[in-house]
Design a protein around this ligand. Structure first.
Ligand code: DAH
Length: 335
């Protein structure tokens, strides 16, 4: 028995392992459950008692030797493949390009708008997207039965018949943030309020149930329509270049008097159309009263710009839905 073990050890010590296949053969031959080392242990019972301790010890040594040789060979093989890899890689090659993400075109447009107004001295504020009826409509001088309150346009979050419990809506415009600002801050106020707004409209190339606006509010003593016009003209020139073709025309909103709308020419010199980008006006005295500002002392202007419209003109996009589909072929153009 002892001689057999000695022979086995000899064999283990001299077995050649120079590749992965041989390593696996070695493992099967000596280390696996049916391998030769384990088989010897099975015979230990038939060894005379007095010799058993010695034989057992020798067997354990054979086992350890096999494990040791296996580990060593495995390590050597691993190191040599690494060396081969290192020797064949050319470190002067350009690495494969990792795809780089980019900001969404609407985010880029918003950032650009914010930068322009920041330069013009406006601070940036925001307000909640779930609004109450008072801030979204009543304080903005919407009469009780105004069509904009209609369920066709407004997503209701909570509708209540109880007069003590206000309706809650997804804000249909960013104008309620004006009210919130005036409620907590005494003029002068000069802020823009960017954000999402929601309208229950059918989805089409021209409209979507969610979009973005940049609201503005400028309240101080002696703010005039001339200030409003000048600010808007400065903005479109900074956004689109000094040769931008624009027009201002009268409009109507319950919360401003007078009201103006601004259009930008979309197309070539000969062929194109006007695209409306914003509504604006002088803050109606009723709006001041509803938000605790003295209309005898202060005047102000406000506007609500459509961010999608501004981006559409900037990038020449003709379908608003592309902003929300997250198709990489579209997004990758804005890197
Ligand atoms: N809130 C209006 C809308 O969503 C836009 C607007 C018009 C905002 C005139 C204003 C304003 O602040 O003065 O259509």
């Amino acid at each position: 028995m002892l001689d057999d073990i000695k022979a086995l050890k000899e064999e283990i010590a001299t077995y050649t392992v120079t590749n992965q296949d041989q390593l696996e053969e070695f493992r099967l031959e000596f280390l696996s459950r049916n391998g030769r080392v384990q088989s010897m242990f099975k015979n230990l019972g038939s060894v005379p008692k007095e010799e058993r301790a010695l034989v057992g010890k020798e067997m354990n040594e054979a086992k350890k030797l096999a494990q040791h040789r296996f580990d060593e060979a495995k390590k050597v093989l691993e190191e040599s493949t690494l060396e081969i890899k290192a020797a064949t890689s050319d470190i002067t090659l350009t690495p494969p390009l990792t795809p780089v993400g980019s900001l969404h075109p609407l985010t880029q447009t918003m950032e650009e708008m914010k930068n322009i107004f920041y330069r013009l001295g406006f601070t940036i504020a925001d307000g909640p997207e779930v609004e109450d009826d008072f801030h979204n409509f009543t304080a903005l001088n919407f009469p009780p039965n105004h069509p904009a309150r209609d369920e066709q346009d407004t997503f209701f979050v909570r509708k209540s018949d109880d007069p003590d419990m206000m309706d809650l809506v997804l804000r249909t415009h960013t104008s309620p943030v004006q009210i919130r600002m005036m409620e907590k801050q005494t003029p002068p106020i000069r802020s823009i309020m960017p954000g999402r707004v929601y309208r229950n409209e059918a989805v089409s190339p021209k409209s979507y149930f969610l979009f973005h606006q940049v609201e503005a509010l400028y309240v101080d003593t002696n703010v005039s329509v001339a200030d409003l016009k000048q600010t808007l003209i400065t903005f479109v020139k900074l956004m689109y270049g000094s040769d931008v073709k624009y027009r201002l025309r009268p409009g109507f909103f319950p919360f401003t008097e007078p009201s103006l709308e601004m259009d930008i020419w979309w197309g070539t010199e000969k062929d194109g159309k006007w695209l409306e980008i914003l509504g604006s006006g002088m803050v109606d005295p009723n709006v001041f009263k509803a938000s605790g500002v003295d209309p005898e002392k202060y005047t102000g202007f406000a506007w609500g710009m459509g961010v999608e419209r501004i981006a559409i003109l900037k990038y020449g996009i003709d379908d608003i839905r592309t902003f929300y589909e997250n198709d990489l072929r579209f997004l990758e153009q804005f890197n």
